[in-house]
Design a protein around this ligand. Structure first.
Ligand SMILES: C[C@@H](O)CC(=O)SCCNC(=O)CCNC(=O)[C@H](O)C(C)(C)COP(=O)(O)OP(=O)(O)OC[C@H]1O[C@@H](n2cnc3c(N)ncnc32)[C@H](O)[C@@H]1OP(=O)(O)O
Length: 706
């Protein structure tokens, strides 16, 4: 079998150990490497001519991406997973115990077990390349660093910094890594190996003491202070996870026990907790999301079609959405953008949006002012159709008015090239209707972003019957370059995300009218695992937007989408939500966060909050509406697969990731159980809860989606 590790000796006595997993784009740590590594370590120990060791990757642009996640998926029991962690501990401890200096030369992704491998080396040097990132993202997979990271990281960079890294899974850039003491040096890639060799020749160096604030020194230097850190971290984690994610608390426990009882005990605790997490349903769900998104990256969105290169984009409308789309196109995709708006105000909004995003990077020292200005130079503006002829794609983000969009289609066909794609950011109008104005309907497509554009990862790519495969593939590739996760959905009112969201929100509105308080409703769904509650979301999206979409959905999809009539009173009282500072919540002049519920809203709706129902029952009524409609969307062909339905709900509306998405969650609940729940509500509350046919069939057949 081809070797993964190759040891070469230099005349100066430094040995180079190159890791290059055969046939894979990324190096990942696999259990079968154990014997090979042990053999190499024995060889190194027995060869007195070797004065030092440099560990480097043979991959073009990555060091080690962590343990092989599919290997973790193969663990059938906690015992299997514990053995993996313990095997890692043995190898990394042996590496760390070498008497000769060991230096890791890092370029590209150094994540998870890859960073733990580097931490077992005596020193680390990384390249200053933008591709070089260091981190322990295990928590995002419902795991914890199981290769000694919970013990080595705090000892190297301090407890607070280590906890921050492990509890967020954040990726650290080279300069930050140097500053926090994670690496000993940062150099251009061209001299990375040479620098590592020189560090090895210079002999072992004790890690430089990490610069800490006085407060931090006191806190981390005393057991009393350390307990404050751990207790604070525990409180923050409980608030953020609502008890839905077990990994963070276990991470804190590993560090706490390791600091109090020594590294050996800490490693034992780490292996135990790691094992429990690997076989947890939360981690299984989160790993399935990783595999789904990785698989999706390889799909063009249209069988057999190749995307055309997008060298220039035009955005019609410089408002909130247009400004966001223009910003991600320049800052992420690095594609020249021309923004057209009817007013200078709209244009300056788009420029300001992009500048604000980029300037954040400058303030955080991720970017130089020059880099910011270069990216800003990619965005130009116009109030007329000038300089748009060579656009490869035009994204319209104007009012939801069909006549206006028809006019835009005609304008673009007149002003741009015959292959220019017309992509509409509409959130509700059928693309087929927009395409009616086109002489080249094959170029017309939907490209639906979610607000705020720079934060929400999902976009829906909506093909109508005449959209060409090449238009689909080009639009999907364009969205990916913007850093988005696109799902291709079929044309229909509300497409996928807004369609499943509408019923969820309507049920929350019904509960509100039955006397549940706004706070109780929002808290119940946050406890369930959503990032924000439905009423907060309605204020954020805009009560007027919801009111505009509902009748379109009801007309095309049926009575179940009818929004409660009482909600019309809100618009009558000019309550649009955050956008005009008046909705269900109060909004201070400058405050980002809503302050408190605007109690006067109950009077407008003609209701009085009564006794709050059990939070789980409140959440269940809203969630089962979303689940039922998600299955209808699959049945209607709006989404191509349960996988896309899960990713769309998680990345589009924050469906709780630890549940894996609506379809994974239905498998967990069981179709028969869900049908029983829905039928129960149907008998109590009416036909809007009627289970869809596919669910009933699955219930009878005890079928699953995955
Ligand atoms: C011991 C413990 O601490 C446990 C761990 O280490 S758990 C793993 C921790 N590591 C991670 O979570 C990193 C996961 N990977 C990524 O975030 C990304 O792949 C990347 C940032 C490293 C690179 O991103 P990108 O350049 O977009 O490349 P892809 O995501 O498309 O990945 C390319 C191929 O590599 C495969 N891959 C990447 N990481 C892993 C992994 N940890 N395990 C298994 N496979 C991995 C990925 O599936 C792609 O494979 P393909 O065959 O080329 O599709």
């Amino acid at each position: 079998m081809e070797k993964t590790f190759n040891l070469t000796r230099r005349d100066d006595g430094i040995a180079i150990l190159t890791m290059d997993v055969p046939g894979e784009t990324m190096n990942t740590l696999k259990a079968q490497f154990g014997p090979e590594i042990s053999e190499i370590l024995a060889e190194i120990k027995s060869d007195s001519s070797i004065r030092g060791l440099v560990l480097i990757s043979g991959k073009k642009d990555s060091f080690v991406a962590g343990a092989d996640i599919s290997m973790l998926d193969a663990c059938k029991t906690a015992g299997d997973a514990k053995a993996l962690s313990q095997q890692g501990h043995v190898v990394f401890n042996e590496l760390e115990a070498l008497t000769i200096p060991v230096v890791a030369a890092i370029h590209g992704a150094c994540l998870g077990g890859g960073l733990e491998l580097a931490l077992a080396c005596h020193q680390r040097v990384c390249s200053d390349d933008g591709k070089t990132m260091l981190g322990v993202p295990e928590v995002q997979l419902g795991l914890l660093p199981g290769g000694g990271g919970t013990q080595r990281l705090p000892r190297l960079v301090g407890i607070t910094t280590a906890l921050d890294m492990m509890l967020t899974g954040k990726q650290i850039r080279p300069k930050q890594a140097l500053k926090m003491g994670l690496v000993n040096d940062v150099v251009p890639q061209t001299i990375l190996l040479q620098t590592a060799v020189e560090m090895a020749l210079a002999g072992k160096r004790a890690p430089k003491p990490v610069k800490k604030s006085l407060v931090n020194q006191v806190l981390e230097g005393t057991s009393f202070g350390r307990n404050i850190i751990f207790d604070q971290a525990t409180k923050q984690v409980e608030k953020k996870t609502q008890g839905n994610y077990p990994a963070p608390a276990k991470i804190i426990d590993c560090v706490r026990q390791g600091v109090a009882k020594g590294m050996q005990k800490g490693l034992e605790v780490e292996a135990g907790h790691f094992a429990e997490l690997v076989v947890s349903k939360e981690s299984e769900a989160l790993r399935s999301i990783f595999f789904a998104t990785t698989e999706m990256k390889k799909e063009t969105g249209a069988e057999g079609a190749s995307p055309r290169k997008v060298k220039k984009a035009v955005i019609l409308g410089g408002g909130l959405m247009g400004g966001g789309i223009a910003s991600v196109t320049t800052t992420k995709a690095k594609i020249p953008v021309r923004v057209k708006d009817i007013s200078e105000k709209g244009l300056s909004n788009a420029l300001a949006y992009a500048y604000k995003l980029l300037d954040k990077g400058v303030k955080r020292r991720h970017m130089t002012p020059a880099a910011r200005d270069n990216l800003m130079a990619l965005m130009t503006t116009t109030t007329e159709y000038k300089g748009v002829k060579d656009a490869d794609i035009v994204v319209e983000a104007v009012f939801e008015d069909l006549a206006l969009k028809h006019q835009m289609v005609k304008d673009i066909e007149r002003e741009c090239g015959e292959h220019t794609i017309f992509a509409s950011n509409t959130s509700s109008l059928p693309i087929s209707q927009i395409a009616e104005a086109a002489t080249r309907p094959e170029n017309v497509i939907g490209l639906h972003y979610f607000s705020p554009v720079e934060k929400m990862p999902l976009v829906e790519v909506i093909a109508h019957a005449k959209t060409s495969p090449e238009t689909i593939a080009t639009t999907v590739a364009f969205a990916r370059k913007q850093g988005k996760t696109p799902i291709v959905v079929q044309d229909g009112a509300g497409f996928y995300v807004n369609r499943i969201l509408a019923l969820y929100m309507n049920e929350a509105a019904q509960l509100l009218l039955e006397g549940q308080s706004v706070e109780h409703l929002d808290k119940a769904l946050v406890k369930f695992g959503f990032p924000v509650g439905p009423i907060t979301l309605l204020d954020e999206v805009g009560i007027d937007v919801g009111a505009k979409i509902s009748p379109i959905l009801e007309k095309e999809l049926g009575e179940r989408f009818k929004a409660p009539a009482a909600f019309d009173k809100l618009l009558g009282d000019d309550r649009k939500g955050r956008k005009n500072g008046k909705g269900f919540y109060q909004y201070g002049a400058s405050s980002k966060k809503a302050k408190a519920v605007d109690e006067s809203v109950y009077g407008v709706l003609g209701i009085k909050p009564g006794t709050n129902k059990d939070a789980k029952a409140v959440a269940e009524r809203c969630v089962v509406q979303m689940l039922n409609e998600a299955v209808r969307c699959l049945d209607d062909g709006i989404i191509a697969s349960p996988r896309d339905g899960d990713i769309g709900a998680i990345f589009g509306i924050g469906f709780p990731p630890f549940l894996g998405g609506p379809f994974h969650y239905i498998d967990t609940l069981g179709a028969a159980n869900l049908v029983r729940i829905l039928e129960g509500y149907q008998s109590q509350l009416g036909s809007r809860f009627e289970p869809c046919e596919r669910l009933k069939t699955m219930a009878q057949e005890n079928a699953h989606f995955f």
